[in-house]
Ligand binder design. Structure first.
Ligand code: ZN
Length: 93
């Protein structure tokens, strides 16, 4: 079996976003507003986003807009480069 080294670029199977979220790394970009936090940018979050009721809309690693799907029992959000995040993955501890 040959091992493939993950390359930078489009990688829908990446687990980078999930890993960063589970590890609680400080986000580079605000997942709800897309503000570039690492550069000191701040944008007010909506009340429901602060309460954790909303699905994140921006990738915390690159600030790309994510493809978000909201389900009755949660949500999933996918960055084309950093992979998918699912609310059920975050609840599983
Ligand atoms: Zn990303």
């Amino acid at each position: 079996m040959t091992s493939t080294v993950p390359r930078r670029g489009t990688n829908p199977d990446s687990k980078e976003l999930l890993r960063a979220t589970l590890l609680g790394d400080p986000p580079e970009y605000d997942p709800f507003t897309g503000a570039h936090l690492a550069a000191g940018e701040e944008r007010p979050r909506s009340h429901s986003a602060r309460a954790g009721l909303e699905a994140p809309r921006y990738c915390r690693l690159c600030g790309r807009r994510m493809v978000v799907q909201v389900r009755p029992d949660g949500w999933s959000a996918r960055c084309s480069r950093h992979g998918e995040l699912d609310s059920s993955m975050l609840e599983r501890r």
